[in-house]
Design a protein around this ligand. Sequence first.
Ligand code: GAR
Length: 218
Amino acid sequence: MYRLGVLISGRGSNFHSILKSVNSGFITNAEIVVVISNKEDAKGLNIAKENRIDAVFINPKDLSRQDYDKIVADTLIKYRVDFVILAGFMRILSSEFIKTFENRIVNIHPALLPSFRGLHAQRQALEKGVKFSGATVHFVTNELDDGPIVVQSVVPVMDNDTEDSLSKRILKTEHRIYPLAVKLITENRIKIEKNRVICDTEGLDDEFYALNPKEFGR
Ligand code: GAR
């Protein structure tokens, strides 16, 4: 059973969707052992506490990025975490942290990467006038919002969309693809070859094929 550490900065709805998938048995081979936030008032910390998961606020005040990340890494190591799940964690990680958990950090981004990296991805999509956007779960490398892609979802952008309405549409799909990505990774179905994630789909059911239709040849 793999041990997951989740890093958040706010609402924690992606963390919650993964937790629900662990509890429902959709994620079969992992448990969430700790949730860490850089914001004391992050709502996600309450969700953790309500579910009897250790919730840790680590204050970044007066700390360099390296020192802060070292404390976070030491905490994750103390909890014997196998995978680090970034779920709305709004800090850039140091290269030391990324090296410590090489190929074991995943992130979700509210756009179809490599488009619209960085902050306000939904606003960037509206400003560019794209007709489709979506969400991406990817392994974390030293490049911001880069790294091998595990799962993506696509949503249409409507003429009357606001940043808020588009964000809501994307978030709904985030709550489907993040648990799916965590399931695939923790069932050891994933291989990284150069920059590509190759997935063993043997025995996967409708949830997987809803996102990766069979007619596309998977
Ligand atoms: C999500 O939309 C996630 O994709 C985004 O922050 C939100 C967190 O929501 N992450 C990023 O923009 C990272 N670059 P949540 O706290 O409810 O999961």
